[in-house]
Design a protein around this ligand. Sequence first.
Ligand code: AMP
Length: 254
Amino acid sequence: MNTVTRNLRIGLPSKGRLSELANELLNQAGIRFRRQNRSLSASVSGLPIDLKFLRTDDIPILCSEGAIDAGITGSDLVQESGASVKTTMPLGVGKCRLAICVPEAMKINSAADMRGMRIATSFPNVTRQHLQKNGIDDPYIIQLTGSVEVMIQLGVADAIVDLVETGSTLAANQLRILEEIGSYETVLVQNEKLTDQETLQRVVRRLEGVVIARDYAMLEYNIPLDQLDQAKMITPGFNSPTVQTLENASMRSV
Ligand code: AMP
């Protein structure tokens, strides 16, 4: 029997804030492609990979259903979708928190005090689960797709659950964080039954290079030999520090 080998299909956000982040990561990882006129697909030069440009929030479910083998999306969207996908690796970008926000003047202390409140959010599932954990069995949730932060002003909601990055949007709308529900970032996810692990691992290794390089800096210094043990504790290196002897026998280069 002939086994047909298919290219690995990776879903990428077609637009929005994660689109740029994902394109930049792939570019830095040397995964090059040319997308023609906003088309749905692009092939990667030198690798058996087809990129599929999709809505960021559809990527988790399309991945669990097998329409794509892997994808880049937000871990918030993975949780909200409830899709059964495996998180292959966190990508260290797109970091944000999902938080319950209320008017600055509202005098409540936690989610447990929110009984009877109207809550606007584009994360109804995560919100409901969080409130139920806090004893609000049947929360009143108004599901929206965007601009949640203005809903209190519009009189539609008493509180909101939204993504927060710096807090400046909250301040502009006289809101404060009541409680954080979770912290999220951009992730690479894969179908749980994926068989072409080899191509995906090539992508992972390249992305790891980018992600690790972003978190580490190269530092080189000379130090008296009797301070070397202390220095190694402060700069332990990635695996172990490189230590070299110098012309002056009482000094080392780390
Ligand atoms: P998009 O809808 O394509 O603009 O992307 C939204 C996704 O970007 C969210 O689901 C998060 O994963 C991520 N993100 C990171 N920071 C923020 C933020 N401050 N506001 C909204 N989304 C954010």
